[in-house]
Design a binder for this molecule. Structure first.
Ligand code: SAH
Length: 240
């Protein structure tokens, strides 16, 4: 699958793409990342990408013209296999469910905002979805785009060494349709500074280990993310 990133800071992504799981996906040809400089689609001498906000107020906004021109030239024809996503604090929250859905696309174009954001006509008339990576305000869409490429890219078949690891991890859905966090996990030493690993994990009883992991995952989810266990949660997500 191919990710396109539209940014005014193309250098932001150098380095990041050489490492880890996403780096391996790129080296093995399963994932392609193309970084596009928004300034290439400006027409004035100063390569202006921003302008003041109508109505007054602080700061600058990314102008619509270069963003529209860029998207229309990167995707001259739009269809179901191509998705255009705007990184935005005002977007719907990006979750593992979105990662699983987006990995079905052939090409995804991620638009990175900067300054006070992007002229709203981009959200209204150009993109397929407006997504946020959390209830926080960042200074640009580059980190969110990197986050999304990592989350989606690792789900591309063959990118992770072990596909099974995406079945049993946080936010994977259980048979009952609930979403849980991953269970706590331990490695050697079995006793560290007097803190011992739960006995059951040291024995070889796989049925007991499975049960323990399920219970521990539920407990940890209830403690850190009670919202995931709310009975109406899944219904809500299906509607959106
Ligand atoms: N004025 C905007 C924030 C702009 S931050 C507001 O209050 O909503 C500048 C850019 O950073 C945004 O255009 C967006 O591309 C990116 N950004 C900031 N926070 C983000 C988040 N939580 N998720 C995704 N992108 C975000």
């Amino acid at each position: 699958m191919t990710f396109h990133v539209l940014t005014i800071f193309p250098a932001f992504f150098s380095g990041m793409l050489d490492h880890g799981v996403l780096g391996r996906g790129i080296r093995t040809g399963r994932v392609t990342v193309k970084i596009h400089d928004l300034r290439d689609w400006t027409s004035d001498r100063h390569k202006t990408v921003d302008d003041r906000v109508f109505g007054g107020g602080e700061g600058m906004l990314l102008k619509p013209e270069p963003v529209f021109a860029a998207v229309e030239s990167i995707f001259p024809a739009r269809d179901e296999t191509k998705k255009v996503v705007l990184m935005s604090a005002q977007g719907r929250l990006f979750t593992q469910r979105d990662a699983r859905r987006l990995v079905q696309s052939k090409e995804i174009l991620l638009i990175c905002g900067r300054y006070e954001g992007v002229d709203e006509r981009v959200a209204e008339h150009l993109i397929d979805e407006e997504l946020s990576v959390g209830d926080v305000v960042l200074s640009g869409g580059e980190l969110p785009a990197a986050l999304m490429m990592d989350a989606v890219g690792r789900l591309v078949p063959g990118v992770l060494g072990n596909e099974a690891s995406t079945v049993q991890e946080s936010f994977a859905e259980t048979v009952e349709g609930v979403t849980l966090l991953d269970c706590p996990q331990y490695t050697r030493p079995a006793v560290f500074r007097g803190w011992a690993v739960p006995d059951v994990l040291l024995g070889g009883n796989h049925a007991e280990i499975r049960q323990w992991r399920h219970r521990a995952a539920r407990e940890k989810t209830a403690r850190n993310r009670p919202d995931l266990l709310r009975p109406d949660r899944n219904k809500e997500e299906v509607r959106t």
